[in-house]
Design a protein around this ligand. Sequence first.
Ligand code: NAD
Ligand code: TYD
Length: 343
Amino acid sequence: MNILVTGGAGFIGSNHVRMLIGKTDDRVVNLDLLTYAGNLENLTGIEDHPRYRFVKGDIRDADLVASLLAEESIDAVIHFAAESHVDRSLDAPGAFLDTNTRGTQVLLQCALKHELDCFVMVSTDEVYGSLDPHAPGFTEETPLAPNSPYAASKAAADLLCRAYHHTFGLDVRITRCSNNYGPYQFPEKLIPLMIANALEDRSLPVYGDGQQVRDWLHVSDHCRAIDLVLRQGRAGEVYNVGGRNEWANLDLVKRLLEILDKPESLIEFVKDRPGHDRRYAIVADKIRGELSWQPTFAFGDGLAQTVQWYLDNRNWWEKIRSGEYRAYYDSMYGDGGRYQGRS
Ligand code: NAD
Ligand code: TYD
């Protein structure tokens, strides 16, 4: 198969490209704009592989997308490219609408014209909104109720995929996964941010009361789910992906400190994220039953492996944190920043 991966220089995309090159015979074309979150170092070691090509470009560029689909005889698109950080979407929502929603529509339109065999949309559980503490988890039938501009832009893209299938018959399959963790995650997201701060003996900013709950899944388990949906899933279907692994943020941060042998006194409670979703939890019975998917990583092992990866690859995240990311980090957490001071 010839596969176009969008956003393959980001966290999940790069893990997916590595899996495709390592474990399949597929040809992979990686289209990525290399925004602040895209990093070619995530793909070190495979850049010269004969079945791999990197193209720096924008999913919103219809001419570029159309020509790539044609010249590479693309059979399937796996669409990861997005603005992905909720906190950034609070400051600059426009970029999220433009990339996540309009960018997806451009890809769908090009896919339709090209008569693409299969389009896999990597959506998110955040499209469902927030759960009460004891409510049952999200199923594929849960109505969409996104709360942040990020989640709304992804929900709009997710629904455009549904519309292109329903109206035009395009083979679109949608995954909605819970929070991922693992190697190459950009250090603005909870787990890598906390690991990096702890290793530098800096404070660990926990939003609000730290009792928000997230359902964590190792990135390689998410990638296997996406691959199964591509090869064995059904057109027009939505598949929830999650590990039944709910953690309150504060408990998770304490667990990381324990693994790193750092004191809990590093924890600093800061002002809460506006509109902060209280709880996400995924019911993944459909993909478990229909595609025999199940997570392979026990959370304790996955977390230990991830911490070890950030210890072994200090150079990777130190470079990121010393660059442009610093200015962003300061604007969020520094003097006068959104999350400055205790709540
Ligand atoms: P990421 O921010 O690490 O990577 C996004 C990638 O997209 C970057 O390489 C960036 O350069 C690229 N990109 C951004 N705008 C682009 C554009 N206009 N054209 C081409 N490339 C562009 O994100 P991630 O965490 O790897 O998430 C990947 C996808 O998975 C996203 O669609 C996200 O919504 C979804 N998702 C993420 C999680 C999670 O926990 N991280 C969970 C469920 C779903
Ligand atoms: P994040 O990794 O941004 O993922 P998402 O918002 O998509 O779930 O955040 C995970 C949780 O951790 C979320 O409830 C917000 C919280 N959080 C903090 O408490 N402090 C932080 O510095 C960050 C980045 C997140």
